[in-house]
Design a protein. Structure first.
Lengths: 334, 261
C-alpha cells in the first residue's frame, strides 16, 4: 500500500491558505518585470512624446490608420512569439506571408470564390510552416538554417507561382473586409486581435502552451517529464506558418493585389516586436500582450516620425535603436 | 519478511518486495555494464545502492526506470514481470525518478513544474483548458507538508534555492508515484542544513509507504537513511546487507572488493 502525498490528508483542505499571488509591489521592484513591460511602457512614452509634438497623432483618423497598419505585424509577431518561446526563430515568416498572398491571388485568378482563395492562402502558410517544423523538430536541423533556407524557398516559390507578376484582386467582399470597421477598428484589426487572443489562450491556458514554454525553458527537463520536444517544435513552426498565411490574406486585402515582393521589413519588424514585447530570445519566457504592444509601438513610431516630419530614411535607424535598447533591458530579466 | 499485505498507517509493519531485479545483464557494445545483477527493493524502505564510479549503479537504475532495457534477466514490479520501453511507461506504472539535474524548468512556476506534462484540464474534447486554479490548490497542498520552506507555489523555480528546488523535484516524484521513487545523488549539491531537510523528506516518503531507491556516495548518509544496502562493483551486485546489521566500515570495505562478499 502506498499513499500519494497530495491525497494524504483530503480533509484539511480548508485549513490550507489559498495560493498567494505575486503583488504588484514586488513586481515593481524587479527590473525583470520592467523588461517584460517594456513594450506597453515604451508605447505610452512614445504616445505622450508624439502627441505633444503633433496633436494629430492621437486624432481618431490617425489612430485608425495606425491600427490598420499594425494588423499584419500583430499577426506575424504573434506567430513568431511561439517559435521564439521555444528558443528558435522563424526567419521565413515574411516570405511565407508573400507566398501565401501569391497563392491567394493565383487561386482567385483561377476562378475560385474569394473564401476558398483565403483558405488556400492560410493552408499554404500552414503547410509551409509544417514542412519547416518537421525539418527542425524531427530532422533536428538548426532552426536558423532551416528558416533561412525557407526564407529563400518561399520567396522563390512566390516568384515561380506568380511568374514575377502581381495580380490585382477585385472583389466586393474583400473590399468590404478591407475597408469596413467597427467604429475606428477595421475588420483586419479585429482579425489580428482575435488571433492574438486565441494565441494567448493557447499559450497560457492549454497543456500545449505550457509544453512550449517548458521546451524553450529547458529541453532536458521537458524531455525528462515525457514531453515530445520534436512535436512541440514542429507545432510552433506550423503555428508561425498559419499566422503568416493569415497575414497574407490581410496583406492582399490591404493592397488589393498580391505582389511577389520580398517584404523583408516585416521580418525585421516582427522579430523586433517580439523582442520589444519582452519575449526572451533564449526561449522559455513569453507573453502575447508584449509582442502585441511591440507591434503597435513600432507602427506608432514609424507613423509618429512621419507626422513630425522626420525623413523616412531615419525610420529604420529609429526601429533598430529601439530594438537594441529593448534587448538591453531584457538583460535584467531574470 | 515477505508479506503481501501491510498496514500503511504503521511504518513498522513488515515490508514486502516491490521491485525485484533478477539476473539483469546489459552491455553497450563490448562493455558489459551489468552482469547478472539481483536486487530487491521493499515497500516502506529506503534501499541504497553504493559503488564506485562506473560500477553500474546508474545503469541499473536506468533499467528499472525504463531508460534502458536489459539484454537478459527480469524485472518484477509488484510480483508481475515488467518490461518498460520508455521512462513514460515506468512513470505510468508508478515509478518516479528524481533526476540528478532535477528536471525543473526555471522559467515556470512551482505549480507548473509540479504538474509538468500531467496538467489538470477541464472542458470537453479538443477544447480542454488548463485548470490553473485546481493545479495551484493541489500544488499548495503538495508543498505545504514539506519541511523545506518553499515560498509560494506561484513563484518561479529560478528564485528558489538549491534545497528548495530539490524539495520541489522530490515532491513531484512523491506526489505522482504510487510505488517507487528513485533518487540519484539527491543531496550532492546541497549545504548541511538543506541536506538535513531533504533527508527528512526521504524518511517521510518511506514512512508513507513508498519504496525509495537511493544512489549516494555519502556513506554516512546511506547509513543514516537506508534499511538495505546493495553494493555494486564492476557491473555486478557483490553484496547486500541490512543496514542495521552492518557498519559503514564494512560497506566501504566491500566497494573496492577488499572484503570478500
Amino acid at each position: 500500500m502506498t499513499t500519494v502525498t497530495h491525497a494524504a490528508s483530503p480533509t484539511d483542505e480548508s485549513t490550507q491558505p489559498s495560493p498567494p499571488t505575486t503583488g504588484w509591489r514586488t513586481r515593481l521592484k524587479d527590473p525583470g518585470s520592467w523588461a517584460e513591460w517594456a513594450a506597453p511602457l515604451g508605447f505610452l512614452v512614445m504616445v505622450l512624446i508624439f502627441q505633444s509634438l503633433n496633436t494629430t497623432f492621437l486624432s481618431l483618423g490617425n489612430i485608425e490608420a495606425m491600427l490598420a497598419a499594425a494588423a499584419i505585424l500583430i499577426v506575424l509577431a504573434t506567430g513568431q512569439t511561439f517559435t521564439v518561446a521555444t528558443g528558435g526563430i522563424d526567419l521565413a515568416v515574411a516570405s511565407t506571408m508573400t507566398f501565401s498572398a501569391i497563392i491567394f491571388g493565383t487561386v482567385f485568378a483561377a476562378g475560385a470564390p474569394v473564401g476558398v482563395a483565403m483558405l488556400a492562402s492560410v493552408a499554404a502558410g500552414t503547410g509551409f510552416g509544417l514542412v519547416q517544423g518537421l525539418f527542425i523538430g524531427r530532422g533536428r536541423i538548426t532552426d536558423f538554417i532551416v528558416t533561412l533556407g525557407g526564407f529563400s524557398v518561399a520567396s522563390g516559390l512566390a516568384l515561380v507561382v506568380s511568374d514575377g507578376q502581381p495580380t490585382t484582386i477585385i472583389d466586393r467582399f474583400l473590399l468590404r473586409f478591407a475597408t469596413g470597421s467597427v467604429w475606428i477598428i477595421g475588420y483586419p484589426v479585429l482579425v489580428a486581435v482575435l488571433v492574438a487572443v486565441l494565441a494567448h489562450v493557447v499559450l497560457f491556458h492549454t497543456r500545449f502552451g505550457t509544453h512550449v514554454l517548458a521546451a524553450g525553458g529547458s529541453e532536458e527537463a521537458a524531455t525528462a517529464t515525457g514531453i515530445s520536444v520534436a512535436r512541440v517544435k514542429t507545432a510552433v513552426y506550423t503555428i508561425s506558418g498559419s499566422c503568416a498565411g493569415i497575414a497574407g490574406v490581410l496583406l492582399v486585402a490591404r493592397i488589393g493585389a498580391d505582389e511577389p515582393a520580398a517584404n523583408t521589413q516585416f521580418l525585421l519588424n516582427c522579430v523586433a516586436a517580439v523582442v520589444l514585447g519582452g519575449v526572451a530570445l533564449v526561449g522559455g519566457r513569453a507573453t502575447i500582450v508584449g509582442p502585441f504592444f511591440g507591434a503597435l509601438l513600432l507602427t506608432g513610431l514609424t507613423n509618429g516620425l512621419t507626422l513630425v516630419g522626420v525623413s523616412q530614411y531615419y525610420q529604420p535607424v529609429a526601429v533598430g535603436c529601439v530594438v537594441v535598447a529593448a534587448a538591453f533591458l531584457s538583460r535584467y530579466q531574470k | 519478511m515477505t508479506q503481501t499485505t501491510i498496514d500503511p498507517s504503521s511504518p513498522t509493519a513488515p515490508a514486502d518486495v516491490l521491485v525485484r531485479a533478477s539476473g539483469v545483464s546489459l552491455s553497450f557494445g563490448n562493455v558489459q555494464a551489468l552482469k547478472d545483477v539481483d536486487v530487491e527493493l521493499r515497500r516502506g524502505e529506503v534501499t541504497a545502492i553504493v559503488g564506485d564510479n562506473g560500477a553500474g549503479k546508474s545503469t541499473l537504475v536506468r533499467c528499472i526506470c525504463g531508460v534502458h532495457t536489459p539484454d537478459s534477466g527480469t524485472i518484477e514490479l509488484d510480483g508481475s514481470q515488467v518490461s518498460f520501453k520508455t521512462p513514460e511507461e515506468a512513470r505510468r506504472a508508478g515509478i518516479e525518478t528524481v533526476h540528478q539535474n532535477l528536471a525543473l524548468v526555471e522559467d515556470l512556476t512551482v505549480w507548473q513544474n509540479l504538474f509538468l506534462n500531467r496538467e489538470l484540464t477541464r472542458g470537453v474534447g479538443p477544447l480542454r483548458l488548463l485548470d490553473r486554479r485546481a493545479m495551484k490548490r493541489e500544488a499548495q497542498r503538495m508543498v505545504s507538508g514539506l519541511s523545506v520552506n518553499v515560498p509560494e507555489v506561484t513563484s518561479k523555480v529560478r528564485r528558489l534555492s538549491g534545497g528548495q528546488r530539490q524539495a520541489v523535484s522530490i515532491c513531484r516524484a512523491a506526489g505522482f508515484s504510487s510505488g517507487l521513487v528513485i533518487m540519484d545523488e539527491p543531496t550532492a549539491a546541497l549545504g548541511v542544513q538543506e541536506t538535513a531537510r531533504v533527508e527528512e523528506l526521504i524518511l517521510r516518503l518511506k514512512s508513507e509507504g513508498h519504496a525509495v531507491l537511493l544512489i549516494s556516495h555519502n556513506f554516512a548518509q546511506v547509513m543514516r537513511l537506508s534499511d538495505q544496502v546493495w553494493v555494486m562493483r564492476a557491473g555486478r551486485c557483490v553484496a547486500g546487507r541490512r543496514t542495521a546489521e552492518t557498519t559503514g566500515e564494512e560497506i566501504v570495505a566491500l566497494i573496492p572488493g577488499a572484503q570478500a562478499a
